[in-house]
Write a protein of this length. Structure first.
Length: 188
């Protein structure tokens, strides 16, 4: 199982461009749909936790899946598997190709990859939205954050996405404090 985790996450790391957000749909497809290592709910929880903890999201997801399957050794195997391909590729590029992006066909390939990465990230967002519990306030926050990001990008305003995330977190916290926790109201 440890070797299976290692080679599964090597495959994910090797064939995914664009970082952690682009890896989410691939990790979900392999770990949830095909191998059934975790559930859809766990994947959503892991994604949220991985976003809010230090480190790349794909590494945090791989570590969780590996730990759930085989404890600390599974976590190490999955983490190494997802990190190793990128490390080796970047190392080789830095050794042999000083002016890589000056080669026209490579520069054009990266432009195409950038579009594909955007689609993968959009796919991950849509999948998470479809699976989340639809409550009015989180949906309103989501729509407002999306609209703000679109306006920031379209008009090329200099506004930190981290600040936007912090504003959404602050609004959510204020709403939570005003409404009270579900356990206080006899909820979940």
């Amino acid at each position: 199982m440890i070797l299976t985790l290692f080679f599964t996450f090597i495959k994910i790391g090797l064939f995914t461009f664009g970082g952690g957000y682009a890896m989410i749909p691939i990790i979900e497809n392999i770990c949830v749909d095909r191998k059934k290592w975790i559930t859809h709910e766990e994947m959503m929880d892991v994604t949220v936790i991985a976003e809010s903890t230090p480190g790349p999201i794909a590494i945090n997801c791989a570590t969780y899946v590996g730990y759930k399957q085989k404890g600390i050794w599974g976590a190490i195997a999955a983490t190494l598997g997802v990190v190793l391909p990128s490390f080796i590729i970047i190392y080789l590029i830095s050794l042999f190709l000083n002016n890589l992006l000056e080669i026209t066909w490579i520069a054009n390939a990266f432009k195409g990859i950038r579009i594909a990465v955007g689609i993968l990230i959009l796919d991950a967002g849509i999948r998470m939205f479809v699976k989340m519990k639809k409550k009015a306030i989180p949906c309103i926050i989501l729509i407002c954050a999306f609209a703000a990001m679109m306006l920031i990008n379209v008009f090329a305003w200099n506004f930190s996405s981290v600040l936007l995330i912090l504003i959404a977190a602050l609004i959510s916290l204020v709403i939570y404090l005003i409404q009270g926790s579900p356990s206080e109201k006899g909820g979940e």
